[in-house]
Ligand binder design. Structure first.
Ligand code: ATP
Length: 144
């Protein structure tokens, strides 16, 4: 049975290190599916919900919220270096909802009050929104 090793590391810990069947990630260049014996690759990752298929052709899937980062692929191993990575059961939903609301308000303020918008880092707010959305989506919580 063909598998590939997945190691996910965030700044404070190793989040996982195990054999999997397939990984589906959102890279800076779009969605990528990584199977065993994939060609070598290095890419950036945007905030998203990473999908981990347990075995080859297996419908069984786990998810992980990724805050962004980098991925290196060799034929035997996938290494994800994430700015933050959480399995669904580790996610504090109330915290993610508060982060979502804060980011939304900043983006709204930027759009509606251009004269004050110099004090708002719009790129930072959009990334914070994307991280919060990934966390809420990984826990299947409604985004609102
Ligand atoms: P916040 O504004 O709530 O801190 P953030 O998106 O700015 O959210 P990050 O910088 O991505 O947070 O992450 C900082 C640390 O906090 C990481 O270790 C990350 O795993 C953790 N973290 C952030 N939000 C949550 C959450 N909702 N549940 C669990 N851990 C979280």
């Amino acid at each position: 049975m063909a598998t590939i090793r997945l190691e996910v590391v965030s700044p404070d810990r190793q989040v996982c290190d195990r054999e999997i069947g397939m990984l589906i990630v959102r890279s800076t260049g779009g969605e990528l599916g990584i199977l065993p014996r994939h060609a070598p690759l290095v890419t950036g990752l945007v905030p998203h919900v990473m999908r981990i298929k347990k075995g080859p052709g297996s419908g069984e899937e786990e998810v992980m919220a990724i805050g962004g980062g980098f991925m290196e692929v060799t034929p035997e191993k996938i290494t994800v270096l994430a700015s933050a990575a959480e399995e669904p059961q580790e996610i504090d939903v109330a915290r993610a909802q508060a982060a979502y609301q804060r980011a939304k308000q900043r983006i709204e303020a930027y759009k509606t009050a251009p004269k004050d918008s110099a004090s708002i880092d719009i790129d930072r707010a959009q990334l914070a929104l994307a991280r919060a959305m990934a966390r809420l989506s990984a826990t299947k919580n409604p985004i609102a």
